[in-house]
Design a binder for this molecule. Sequence first.
Ligand code: ATP
Length: 373
Amino acid sequence: MYVRDLSISGYRNLEATTLAFENTVNLFIGENAQGKTNLMEALYVLGFAKSHRTNRDRELVTWGKDYARIHGEINKRIHSLSLDIQLSTRGKRAKLNGLEQQRVSEFIGALNIVMFAPEDLNLVKGGPKQRRRFIDMEIGQISNVYLYHLSQYHRILKQRNQLLKEYAQNRTNEATVMHEVLTEQLVKTAAQVVQRRLSFINQLQKWAGPTHRSISRQLEELQIAYVPSADVSLELDLSTIENIYANAFQEKKEQEMRRGLTLIGPHREDLAIYVNDRDIQTYGSQGQQRTAALSLKLAEIELIEKETADPPVLLLDDVLSELDDFRQSHLLNSIQGKVQTFITTTNISGIKHEVLQQAKTFHVNNGNISPSE
Ligand SMILES: Nc1ncnc2c1ncn2[C@@H]1O[C@H](COP(=O)(O)OP(=O)(O)OP(=O)(O)O)[C@@H](O)[C@H]1O
């Protein structure tokens, strides 16, 4: 798929504009703080209905304006789509082909995006929250059902934590029926979320392994594994997963009531990343960690293409020149002619000649984006 045209107004520091893109490479050149990341973010919002940098939509609206609007014309393999999202303090409104969506989650994933930004280089080194976010965003854009289960899970978790906090404050060890009800509901949604995550990681491994081997010149084997907080695994069916979580919660009951917190479940789980059987979060060099992050992103492109029969759009925000020549070549070879790519940079000197040759170039200056003559 590719973004054919994009119109933006009231978005951060960007001037209202309409841009036509190439279905190959689009390159945005500008000094720092001119609006390059803002443009990448606007494309991201068109895919995910939220920013990759903030949860507060208000921040996306130009200071002093009431709302921001992003409109995109998307060409898919067999049809085209018109996407429209409006963000304001009063919430967001999303339209697909002119039709307003009751739930914003139904809008997510119409445009599939893989973004690779400097902070993604920390995917391996950063905390579990960052890796959970990666997993959730990726599954979310290929499965609305997953998004539904995940939001249910967080809603129930919040209520359950509130109840546990009351127990802890009153120093009671007598659980109420409400505890039983919420635990049962939490277990059901947890099982759905975890089962999907286990199968996603298993799929991702199939693509990330060979990619990493090739980028590391056959020297390294990448292994990723989901780290659940109860003893579950991929082969188990949903009701077995539910039973295992139910038992695990039973075991933790007293501890949870004392501490006033839900101690197990998808919100506490992680992704482990090994290279040649070593956990690279602790032992990996910076180079290995970068290669692993890149392999995971490239694997995502393959996985989305397989799941949706259409390659996603790739956003490389200020990251290409961070990769050495060999990694840059690998990245570019694997997307060549297949994936529409948006690249931002302050300086073209770090970017390979072949990319510059085929790219449509735009200049970004103080919020104004203009195509090169
Ligand atoms: N809501 C907003 N309204 C107006 N301007 C904003 C808003 N939010 C951010 N900005 C401005 O946008 C600019 C930052 O743009 P952006 O993050 O896209 O920079 P960039 O071109 O990617 O630069 P860098 O290379 O440093 O990342 C800053 O000048 C900031 O003050």
